[in-house]
Structures are given as structure tokens and as C-alpha cells.
Ligand binder design. Structure first.
Ligand code: SF4
Ligand code: SF4
Length: 387
């Protein structure tokens, strides 16, 4: 996107015709359009070619350790929150080949990773996910050690945001100031307006590319009543937040409580499975593996998502620095909510709730933070030897 500020023009797009025209116009411009669709009992992100691919009439019910799709009783296309996947899987994929090597006569031929990436259009990016993409931009693209592959994939991404009309049981974007309405970071932002037989989208323009695209589509100018209806949609979502997190002073709170007994309590429940890091849209850690075939004539180096919940993640010449569940959960949560601020000037959490929903034992980052806040300085003076 060339412009990240929010501009004030707004239009009305009918559905399915207007929305289909948007998908088609993106495809004509060479974009692979990715958006939400139903698969394997969840809403996941995949290639979208028609409005019929979207999860019409589906919603999700989310609680700690629980996710279920349910029928809504209407035809809403975006009547759900976020699923197990995030847009991270397209910009910072779970597994990526860095180079391959093949025997070539007496020598070897090394091929580097692809130097181009498809143009991607993301349809249905939630406001918290826009913030998550911005966080990954800061870490992987704009920092002192940019990741060339990430920057290449990110370069031409066209973002169609969808403001939230309902919140999930594990959402807390209001606490993190990341939703439920997108403020910037999009090319177009849609708000779904469903009223009886009338099914339309209010479209706000956030970039020149967005303005150019919407001008090509059949649309009507939005009136004040439509803007008010869109505001009511996001206000409803804001009033439904399933969770909240008190962020005032949280960095100091967590950094001054490394020996709080709550870390022992959560360690008794935590399976150190790493699900929370896999579903988190901001976690970015990776490991590198070398593979060779059985004949020894070819090899490859791959980069894979890693997790601070594994023993290997902190293995240093002879042992793991974080050998206990206590130390690994504490590392993850304090990095997200405290050290991330020191490193990147922002929280590492956008309040999407995925780590709560997809934790198999229902550990809830908002509850863990609240428990430490409820008894600050508990455990002060105890020695845990850094474990
Ligand atoms: S907090 Fe939950 S999801 Fe994360 S590692 Fe522990 S058990 Fe797994
Ligand atoms: S820590 Fe949990 S709630 Fe926060 S961004 Fe990651 S998955 Fe979402």
C-alpha cells in the first residue's frame, strides 16, 4: 500500500454483485485473492474466487479451549471472528525452503529460494489482524535485520479489512486498542450491513490503490445513515468483548514479578505444546533444519516456525536454558506483554484471543495477567535459580 492513513470517502457495495466485482477486479489486477472459507469444522483462509466461497451464514463460538462453528440464521458473510489461522501463514509461512543443493557431476549445484512471490490480496482482515501484520512488519521488515523473503511477499499485498460486527468469547481487542474497527493499514475497509433483505457493505478507502479500485466497481455513495449503521455494527462488537486485559503498567508488573507463585500454578496446567505460539499472529520465531536424501545427492535447508515452549528452542551448548514449563510459559507471556515493548516499542499481543481458544487446557493470558496483578510482589525474595 502506498498510503496507510484512513481517508474519509465511503461507498456502498451491494452483495453478492458488488462484492463479486471486487473479487474479480482484484483477480484482473493479478492478485491471488485469499479470504475466509469453511474447512474441517473451522474458518480458515484460502483462495477465494467467488462470493459463494465465503462462510455465508456461519458463526463461531469460542471459549477457553473450545471452538465450534454454528449456523447464524442469517446470510452474513463475515459473521464470525478469527479462526486458528492468521495471515502470518502467507507472509511468514510455517515452512520455507531457503536453498536446495544437488550433486552435479563432481560438484554441487545450489539453488537459492524463489526471488519472486505472487501478488496477494487479503479479503476479510480483521482490525486486530491489521495490527498483527504491522507488528510483524516492524520485526521482520523494518528492523535492523530485515527478512528479504518476508519483505518480498509483503510488498504488493492489498488489504481488504472487514470491521467486526460481533466479538468472540476470547476477544479482547478493545483492551489492546486494536479493534473492533480498523483505523489504518488497509486499502479498503468493509463494514457488513445486514438488515432484512438488504445486504450491503459500507466501504471506506484507505489508500490510493483502494480508491482506484473502488472507482471501477458498481457502487453508490454512502449516506449519513449508512455511516451511522456501520458505527452501530462496530459498537455492538465493542460491547461484546469476551475478555479484557488491564494494560496499565503491565510491563513493570511482569518484569518485577519473575518469582511470582502464579508461574508455578500455570506450569502445573501447561502442556508446553506450543499451540499458543503457532496460532498467535505475531509470534515470529523460527528454526533452521538441513535435510538430505538417502542417496546423498541432494539436500535442502528449510526454515520452520519454532516455539519458545520447546526444550530445543533455548538449547545452549549442553542444555536448555528454560528447562521447566514455568520458565517457558513465563518467557512467552512476559515477552508478549512486557519485553516486546522494550524491543519493538509495542505490545506483542493484539487481543485476538487465539491462544486462549486453541490452548488444549484453556490457559488464558488475560487471567494469568490478572492473577499477578491481584497479588503483586507475591513470591518476592524466593529463589528459583532462573528456572
Ligand atoms: S499455554 Fe496452552 S497452548 Fe500454550 S503451551 Fe501451554 S498448554 Fe500449550
Ligand atoms: S498472545 Fe494470544 S491474544 Fe495476544 S495476539 Fe497472540 S494469540 Fe492473540
Amino acid at each position: 500500500m502506498s498510503v496507510t492513513r484512513s481517508v474519509t470517502q465511503a461507498a456502498l457495495l451491494n452483495t453478492p454483485g458488488g462484492l463479486q466485482a471486487l473479487v474479480d477486479a482484484l483477480a484482473v489486477r493479478g492478485y491471488q485473492v485469499l479470504g475466509p472459507t469453511v474447512r474441517d469444522g473451522a474458518i480458515i483462509y484460502d483462495t477465494i474466487t467467488q462470493v459463494a466461497d465465503l462462510p455465508a451464514g456461519w458463526t463461531d463460538h469460542q471459549e477457553a479451549g473450545r471452538y465450534r462453528l454454528e449456523r447464524r440464521g442469517d446470510g452474513a458473510l463475515f459473521g464470525f471472528t478469527v479462526g486458528p489461522q492468521s495471515w502470518k501463514r502467507f507472509l511468514h509461512p510455517p515452512i520455507e525452503t531457503l536453498w536446495t543443493m544437488r550433486q552435479d557431476g563432481a560438484g554441487v549445484r545450489i539453488s537459492e529460494a524463489a526471488a519472486s512471490a505472487p501478488k496477494l490480496a487479503f479479503l476479510g482482515v480483521r482490525p486486530c489482524e491489521i495490527h498483527a501484520i504491522a507488528i510483524q512488519d516492524r520485526v521482520l521488515r523494518d528492523g535492523p535485520y530485515p527478512d528479504a523473503a518476508y519483505a518480498m511477499r509483503r510488498q504488493d499485498v492489498f488489504i481488504v479489512a472487514v470491521n467486526c460486527g460481533q466479538a468472540g468469547g476470547t476477544c479482547f481487542c478493545v483492551s489492546m486498542h486494536t479493534g473492533p474497527k480498523a483505523g489504518s493499514g488497509y486499502d479498503l475497509a468493509l463494514t457488513e450491513l445486514l438488515d432484512g433483505d438488504s445486504h450491503r457493505f459500507l466501504v471506506e478507502v484507505g489508500s490510493e490503490a483502494g480508491a482506484e479500485l473502488i472507482a471501477q466497481l458498481p457502487h453508490e455513495p454512502a449516506a449519513e445513515e449508512h455511516r451511522a449503521a456501520a458505527e452501530a455494527v462496530v459498537a455492538r462488537a465493542a460491547s461484546q468483548m469476551g475478555r479484557s486485559l488491564e494494560t496499565a503498567g503491565i510491563k513493570e508488573l511482569l518484569q518485577s514479578n519473575p518469582d511470582h507463585p502464579r508461574w508455578d500454578e500455570v506450569a502445573e496446567r501447561c502442556l508446553t505444546c506450543g499451540n499458543c505460539t503457532m496460532v498467535c499472529p505475531t509470534c515470529f520465531c523460527t528454526t533452521v533444519e538441513d535435510h538430505s536424501d538417502l542417496t546423498g545427492t541432494s539436500a535442502e535447508r528449510v526454515r520452520k516456525w519454532d516455539s519458545c515452549f520447546t526444550m530445543d528452542f533455548s538449547y545452549l551448548h549442553g542444555g536448555s536454558v528454560r528447562s521447566t514449563a514455568r520458565s517457558r510459559y513465563r518467557q512467552w507471556m512476559t515477552h508478549k506483554l512486557a519485553h516486546w515493548l522494550d524491543q519493538f516499542g509495542t505490545s506483542g499481543c493484539v487481543g485476538c484471543g487465539r491462544c486462549i481458544t486453541w490452548c488444549p487446557v484453556g490457559i488464558d493470558i488475560t487471567q494469568e495477567a490478572a492473577a499477578i496483578r491481584a497479588s503483586p510482589n507475591a513470591g518476592k525474595g524466593e529463589q528459583h535459580g532462573g528456572s
